[in-house]
Write a protein that binds this ligand. Sequence first.
Ligand code: AMP
Length: 653
Amino acid sequence: MALFAAVAELAEELAGEPGKLKKRTAIAGAISAVHAAAPESEDAGLFALYLAGTPFAEADARKLNAGGALLSKALLAVSGANDVALTAGYRRHGDMGAAALDLLVASPAAGRAAELTLVDVADAFAGMAVAKTTLIRASLVEEMLRRATPLEAKYLLKLMLGDMRIGVKQSLVEEAIAVAANAPVEAVRRAVMLEADLAGAAKRAFAGTLAEARMRLFHPLGFMLASPVDTPEEAVERFTGKPEKVPAVQEKKPRKSKKTQSLDADAEEFSDAPSTDVIGRVEPVNAVSENVAASPARGVEAFLEDKYDGMRAQVHCGDAGQPGRVAIYSRNREDVTESFPELEEAFAKVRPEQDGALIFDGEILGWDLEQARALPFAVLGQRIGRKRVSNEWRQLVPVVFMAFDLMYAGGELLLELPLRERRNRLEAVVEKLVERVVSPVVVDERARDSQTVLFAVADGASVERLMISPSRLVESAEDIDRSYADARARANEGVMLKAAESVYQPGRRGLAWVKLKRELATLDVVVTGAEFGHGKRAGILSDYTFAVRADDGGLLNVGKAYSGLTDAEIAEMSAWMMEHTLEDRGFFRTVEPLMVLEVAFNNIMRSGRHASGFAMRFPRILRIRTDKPVEEIDTVERVEEIYQSQVDKPVEA
Ligand code: AMP
C-alpha cells in the first residue's frame, strides 16, 4: 500500500527543482516504483492523480466542497494554533499548505511516522464528496490531518485547494506516465483527452490498453485559443508566411495620440466604405487600416468570423447512454449548465438515435431578440454565475449559443479534421437542428421546481437557441480591415481568422487562429492605493488602485489592475509604495499619488465601484510612465468621452 508521504516528499523535492526534464524523470521513477510495489492496485493511478494536484479525475463529477474557510478551521483545530499565527504564516507564504507546515512542525505532529495511504486519502475524499453537512466534511479533513505528518498536511491542504504550486502540470505527469510504462506519450495524452481520467490512463498505460480508450461525453475538452495580431497585414502574414507588399508611397502613419483622437472616432471607425483616392488606393479610415495594401494577398486560406464578446462554452448533448442530458462547460472547464437553463432545455432536444452525440464549441451570447444581435458583455455578465435563473432574468437577458466549431459528431472526434471539413459538418448539423433546438423565453416555474425542467410548460414564444457564426474565406488585408469595421459596427469585439486547413488543437493558443481587436484607447492614471498579492506575490504590493483627475483638480479612482508589469517592475513598485504609504490598512495601503501608469482595458462601464462613477473591464498596465508628471494624467472628462465613444455603453450592475 503506497503512502501519501511518497506524494508529499516528491512534491517537496519538485518544488525546488526548476528543470522540467529532471522533474519528469523523478516523477516517472516514482510512478514506476509505486506500480512495481503493487501492480494490481490503484496506487500508481492515484499517485499520478494527486501529484497533478487533482483530488478526482476530470470525468468524475464529484467535488470535495471544502474551501479555504473549512480547511483553515480544521488546521487550527488540529495544530492548536490560533488565528494570528495562521494569518502570519499565510502572509509569509501566500499559501495555506506552506503555512500549515510552519504551524505543525512546532506541534506533536512533528514526531509522527507516516502511515496515511493513498487509498486512505481517496476514501476520505470520497466521504467528503458525499458528506451531507459541513460538520461531517470538516471532521473527515481533521481526521486525515491528525494522522498526517507536517509535510503530508502541507500537500494534503494544497491538493484539497487544487493548487500544488510545484511547477507540475498535468501534461508533465502524462509524459512521466509514458516514460514509466514505456508507452508513447501521444497515446497517453489521447486516452486522457478521451476519458478525462489521469489515473485510468496510468492504469491503461501499464496494462497496454491505451488504444482501447473511447471518447466519453460530459467532461470538457480543451478549448483552442487564438493569438493576437495588431493589424490585418500581420494576420495575412501569419497565413501566407510572407508580408503583404505595401506600396512605397504609403508610409506608415504614426498612430493618433489619444490626445488628438477625435471624439467621433466611432463615426469614422464604423463608416461603411473606406474612401478611395484618385488611383483607387484605399485610404486608411482608422488605426487598423493604416498600411493596408491595395493588392489582394494570394493564398490567404483563412476563414473570418466576428469575434463575439460573450462567454466561450462547449456544449455536450445527444448521448445515447444519457438521453436528454446536456452539459455546458466554460473556458476554465467548469460545468455552467445550471446557469443557462434555456440552453439546457433546448439542447436536450437533440436526439441520440437521430442526431447522435455532439460536442459544439462556441460562444454564449446575451441576445437582443428584437434586433437579432448580441447584447453587450456587461449585460450578459449580470447573469453569469447565477445558479437559479428566474423568469425575470430569462426575459431580461435571453441567451443563445453561437456555434463556431464542431468537435465531436457521428461517434467520431473531429479535432483532427481540417477546419474546412469541420465547418461543413457544423453547417449540416446546425441546419438540421436549428428549428428543434428551441426553448421558451419563460417557463412555468412551478413545473421547474417539481424537477420537470426539460418538459416545462411553455409560457410565451419559443426562441431558437442554436446559431451558427457566419464565416467566410478572406482574400486580403483590405478585406479583413473592412470586416473588422463591420464587426465593430455590430458591436462585436473584432474579428477572428482561422486557417482553413488547421486541425483543432485543444488547449492551445496557436497560430492557426488569430484575433484582431484593438485597444479602445489607453488612459494615463495615478496610483492611489495598493494591495498585497497572493501566492508568489504574498508580501508584495502588487495590486494597484488608480485614479484620474476630477473637474475640481482632485483625484477620483477609476480602476484596479494587477496584470501587465514584470516581476522586477512589481518588486520596484512595491518597495516604492512601502516608502510612500499614507495609510496602512493591513492588506491595503493608500499611497502618495505620484506614480503614473498607462493602462489599457476592453471597455469602460458606468459603475458604482469607484468614485469616478466608471470602472474598466479587463484593465491591464501597459507601462510605468516615469516620463509623465502627475499634473498631466487623464481626466474624468476623458473617461466619459471614451465611454460615449463605445457602441454599447455598458452599465455594471
Ligand atoms: P481572448 O479572450 O481575447 O483571448 O480571445 C479568445 C476568446 O475569443 C475565446 O475564448 C472566445 O471566447 C472568443 N471568441 C469570440 N468569437 C470567437 C470566434 N468566432 N471564434 C473563436 N473564439 C471566439
